[in-house]
Design a protein around this ligand. Structure first.
Ligand code: 3PY
Ligand code: MG
Length: 244
């Protein structure tokens, strides 16, 4: 996963998501926080993505052990957990992603519902991951302790919320190269504790800025952006003189 180029989806359309999973990106992220993925949609999407060429991630709606379990039950490579405010919440999150004795995940994988086998608990614990989003000032303050927690496999920066929480413009956050800048603190915590560091980029320009910080696992674009870019490219190709 590092480096990797993922696509973030803001829809719950099974056919669209399946096509995105076969379009060259390394992973697909389903969004149950800001997108329309509810539990019923999660079942339909997971069933369709079972056996897809690339893994999927699920951003759960918040610090919610039930949703973290559901994301992993669906077969996500990782539950991506937003709005974590610090070490105490990260501990809850990490325990929700692993079966006992390491954690408190409840048994209930989805694949038997469509006739496939459930992974053994130990296999699931080894293969499935928990990524904590670093997008609050509190999570940034605690980032080293969060990265050190057993069961935290990744730190995933949400630049939009992190900038809001720090009270700085997103551009200032992304371009900050002063010693001890926020993104370098996340990267260093990840390196120190051997956990993945990723981020939401969304545009090619932001991909370059995040890579310059040493962040290689990136959500490079979204389904909505791909549609807009594709529409603009087609219209420009058929009528090059009508661009505004
Ligand atoms: C953020 O930038 O805050 C995100 O959560 C991106 O999805
Ligand atoms: Mg966010």
């Amino acid at each position: 996963m590092d480096p990797s180029r993922g696509v973030w989806t803001a829809t719950a359309d099974v056919d669209l998501v399946l096509r995105l999973a076969a379009s060259g990106f390394d992973w697909v992220a389903l969004d149950a926080q800001h997108g329309p993925v509810d539990r019923a949609a999660l079942h339909a999407l997971a069933r369709a993505l079972h056996g897809a060429p690339v893994p999927f991630l699920v951003r759960v709606p918040g610090v919610d052990p039930a949703w973290i379990g559901a994301a992993l039950d669906a077969g996500a490579l990782a539950a991506v957990v937003p709005s974590v405010t610090g070490t105490a919440q990260a501990e809850v999150v990490a325990r929700a992603a692993r079966y006992a004795p390491a954690g408190e995940r409840s048994w209930g994988p989805f694949p038997p519902m469509w006739g496939s086998l459930a992974p053994e608990p130990a296999t699931a614990d080894a293969a499935q991951q928990c990524w904590v989003m670093v997008e609050t000032a509190g999570a940034l303050t605690d980032v080293d302790d969060i990265a050190a927690l057993a069961g935290v496999d990744g730190l995933f920066v949400g630049p939009l919320d992190l900038a809001l929480s720090l009270g700085v413009p997103v551009d200032a956050l992304l371009d900050d190269t002063t010693p001890g800048n926020p993104l370098s603190r996340v990267v260093e915590a990840g390196r120190r504790h051997g956990v993945l560091v990723g981020a939401f980029a969304g545009t090619p320009g932001n991909v370059a800025r995040l890579r310059a910080h040493g962040i290689g696992c990136l959500a490079v674009t979204t389904d909505a952006a791909l549609l807009a870019l594709g529409a603009a490219a087609v219209l420009a190709a058929v009528d090059p003189d009508q661009q505004d």
